[in-house]
Ligand binder design. Structure first.
Ligand SMILES: [Zn+2]
Length: 348
């Protein structure tokens, strides 16, 4: 439901605050890679990413996140300041994004899910994609227990998913309104069921799914996360900061305080061990208002971070809480489309 006039008021408020401190933007990327399918819409192809960086270099003032937080506090932000961030810790951040960032001399912060560093599994949503949305055959009826409850899905003819089926539906993603086959329906319901689970419980369900579907536990080279050495290489040089993104990519608002604290603190400690330097930036997994709580923010502050990024679209100004920095998600857009979005975000 929309209340009339609220949009106008928000725009007016932004105009007033813009008179005193110019708005700035934090961009949220996940992957730089060209993929045959991308159900979560996480990837930007390298050519487009290069075009984005060219636009940023020509029309904006790119800044490292930590410096940005300091400058924002003092109210001395240059016009059109932009920060580039990546979530999750995919290997393509090193192999496809870093050299482009270096070429354009644009700093970035990469938030890493430490439990997946050098891990032998794909991130959980990728594992679901590999098990359910890639060509292959799974049982016609699938039984699973999730968090003590038993579930049953009837796949019928969709138990066999041919290469043609894959080709036909590879453009499907979670923002698509309709699910073209029971495979997509199952993927969507399992995403919903797995997201709030603690990491260990989620892995248990995925293990059961692997057993029941009979699909291998391989990690696709296109979907792997950073190895230990790659993480060190990622942090080398002066342009890339590594930040923490929990251990198991948990929905923090669904977890008890002690588990939240452990997820947040342990990811910081682990990265500091690997990189031998302080890790002071954090980003909340999923990151929308309902994915963390006030308590989560307090835990993050107490853990010794300087700032934390959320995932709701807004600009940043002097009054923004440094522990709830809004970010705008960047999709697989060419340079021209990216420019239009950029101008829209700056206008508000
Ligand atoms: Zn994430």
């Amino acid at each position: 439901m929309k209340i009339r006039g609220v949009g106008r008021l928000r725009r007016a408020a932004r105009w007033v605050r813009n008179k005193f401190t110019p708005d700035a933007l934090i961009l949220l990327y996940h992957r730089v890679s060209e993929l045959p399918s991308d159900p979560q819409l996480l990837s930007v192809r390298p050519q487009y990413f290069a075009e984005h960086l060219e636009v940023l270099q020509k029309t904006c003032h790119p800044m490292p996140l930590q410096q940005f937080v300091r400058v924002t506090r003092n109210g001395n932000l240059p016009r059109r300041t932009v920060v580039v961030t990546f979530d999750d810790g995919y290997a393509d951040n090193l192999h496809n994004a870093k050299s482009l960032l270096e070429y354009h001399e644009i700093p970035a912060t990469v938030f890493v899910t430490t439990g997946y560093v050098g891990h032998k599994r794909e991130l959980w949503w990728d594992e679901l994609d590999r098990l359910l949305l890639q060509p292959g055959t799974v049982p016609e009826t699938l039984h699973l227990s999730v968090n003590g409850r038993k579930y049953k899905w009837a796949l019928g003819k969709a138990s066999h998913y041919s290469k043609e089926d894959f080709e036909r539906h590879r453009g499907w993603n979670v923002l698509t309104k309709n699910d073209p086959s029971p495979r997509q329906e199952l993927y969507r319901s399992l995403c919903r069921l797995l997201q709030p689970l603690p990491g260990e419980e989620r892995s248990k369900v995925l293990d059961e799914l692997i057993t029941r579907t009979g699909v291998d536990t391989m990690v696709r080279s296109t979907h792997r996360t950073l190895s230990l050495n790659e993480l060190v290489e990622m942090a080398n040089g002066r342009l890339v900061e590594v930040g923490a993104h929990t251990v198991t990519h948990s929905l923090l608002s669904a977890l008890p305080t002690a588990v939240q604290r452990s997820e947040i603190q342990s990811s910081k400690v682990r990265l500091e061990e690997i990189l031998s330097r302080p890790v002071t930036s954090f980003s909340y997994p999923y990151g929308s208002w309902s994915d963390y709580t006030r308590q989560t923010v307090a835990i993050t502050r107490d853990a010794g971070f300087d700032c934390a990024c959320s995932n709701y679209a807004d600009t940043v100004w002097q009054g923004t809480d440094p522990f709830q920095l809004p970010r705008v998600v960047v999709r697989d857009w060419d340079g021209e489309t990216f420019t239009q979005w950029l101008e829209g975000w700056f206008r508000g």
